[in-house]
Design a protein around this ligand. Structure first.
Ligand code: UD1
Length: 430
């Protein structure tokens, strides 16, 4: 199994191209099941999660062709992928496929809307909390679906004549359930209003793509989304928006290691709250024509307290990375996680590098140390694993991160992007 070896101590200088957002690409790919026409997505990142979803969509009958695959060293992996689901050949998403990635559960929306039924295994995914599906069930029920859970599967059935528009106010913000309800409502009879909807940029990106396919969605990007159902959707061409989590991760890497880097093909407005926290920690951040420039020279890392929240708050997907940064701050900082109840698994691994962190409920107290020392550590989930890489960049000596398949789920060519900026990061195959 591959491992990542980091020798800390180098500053980062250069340009890092930011990939298309994984968390936008996945729901966009799933939306292709809503039409018998071709949906073409540009700027799709080359990641294990995308490959897994390609297999899942294939199981439902999607014909998928990939263009523009560039394998050359130093070039982007961004790909254009065409999805055509002329006929849905199966409305069942089996355990073997769904258990590998939680987002694959989201096929329930399009299958139910287009075929009137779906049988989808309860999901798996990162072990960062219980992650139930109650909000999906309540939301789809509000559109008239009858749903039962049986033998580890969610069986959903639309009324005769299809789903019907309805009103549903989420008791808690859920990105995935907002995606699913929005997709399902595009083909419902009548108008649907979703209250307390997720405002994440990836939700707005999905709505823009669905509208290009002929849907009638408004209010996306706000907490009330209105969807007027249409009879059918057509194909479209859509470019996946930049990955704000990857952007924030590299910004934190530069803040940690020091240096001067341009993050290309991304937008600061996608992650204002996180960039503000990095600025307060002592890095200079400015916008360029094509992205963001981040500089940290000499000065120490200042302690900054953060609380994760749904967008536009500080993203939970950057919490572990920010903790990595705070391990070397010049004082005491606090990080409170409000989205997932078990998202502190990186704490004990960061401690192996010499970090001083104590946990009290959902809050971590980080006492900055002046030096970290490299050690063998284990990746526990997607975002936690990259926090170990960030810490390793500023640790003395060698840090060896095992179980890097977690990283491969969400970070395209991580070691190459960092190496090109002067970091000593390499993949080691056993
Ligand atoms: C998405 C992101 C993930 C990110 C998360 C929060 C993708 C592929 N994944 O995950 O990277 O960390 O948003 O920004 O886009 N919940 C319920 N019942 C439900 C559904 C969710 O209680 O039916 C809870 C979850 O357990 C969690 C919270 O709601 O505590 C938010 O989860 P949600 O926004 O749904 O996360 P995902 O869509 O799975």
């Amino acid at each position: 199994m591959d491992r990542i070896r980091i020798v800390g101590g180098n500053e980062l200088h250069g340009v890092i191209p930011i990939s298309g957002a994984k968390n936008a690409a996945l729901p966009l790919m799933i939306a292709s099941l809503l039409t018998d026409d071709t949906l073409t997505l540009e700027n799709v990142p080359h990641l294990a999660d995308v490959e897994q979803l390609i297999r899942i969509l294939g199981n439902h009958g999607a014909d998928i062709s990939v263009n523009g695959r560039r394998e050359r060293q130093g070039e982007s992996y961004a790909r254009t992928i065409h999805f055509t689901s002329r006929n849905i050949v199966s409305t069942t998403a089996p355990y073997e496929l769904v258990s590998k990635m939680r987002a694959s559960f989201w096929v329930i929306g399009p299958l139910l809307a287009r075929e009137g039924k779906a049988r989808v295994s309860l999901p798996g995914g990162c072990a960062i909390g219980t992650r139930p599906v109650d909000l999906f069930i309540e939301g789809l029920t509000a559109l008239g679906a009858e749903i039962e859970i049986d033998g580890g599967y969610v069986n959903a059935k639309a009324p005769e004549g299809g789903l019907v528009g309805g009103r549903y106010v989420f008791p808690k913000v859920s990105v995935g359930a907002t995606h699913v309800l929005m997709m399902a409502a595009t083909l419902a009879n009548g108008t649907t209003v979703i209250g307390n909807a997720a405002r994440e940029p990836e939700v707005a990106d999905l709505a823009r793509c669905l509208n290009a396919m002929g849907a009638r969605i408004s209010g996306h990007g706000t907490s009330t989304i209105t969807i007027e159902g249409v009879r059918s959707l057509s194909g479209a061409r859509h470019r996946v928006l930049p990955d704000r989590i990857e952007t924030g991760t590299y910004a934190m890497a530069v803040a940690m290691a020091g240096g001067d880097v341009i993050l290309e093909d991304t937008e600061a407005s996608l992650l204002d709250t996180a960039l503000e926290a990095i600025r307060r920690a002592g890095a200079e951040i400015s916008e360029t024509n094509s992205g963001i420039r981040i500089v940290r020279n000499g000065c120490g890392i200042r302690p900054v307290d953060i609380v994760t929240d749904p967008f536009p708050g500080f993203p939970t997907d950057l919490q572990a990375q920010f903790m990595g940064l705070m391990t070397k701050s010049t004082g005491v900082s606090h990080i409170t996680e409000t989205i997932f109840e078990n998202r502190f698994m990186h704490v004990q691994e960061l401690a192996r590098l010499g970090a001083k962190i104590s946990l009290s409920g959902q809050t971590a107290k980080i006492e900055g140390v002046s030096r970290l020392k490299g050690a063998p550590v284990m990746a526990t989930d997607l975002r936690a694993s990259v926090s170990l890489v960030i810490a390793g960049l500023a640790a003395e000596g060698e840090t060896m991160v095992s179980r890097v398949y977690h990283l491969d789920r969400g970070f395209e060519r991580l070691e190459e992007k960092l190496t090109r900026c002067g970091a000593h990061v390499e993949r080691v195959s056993d």
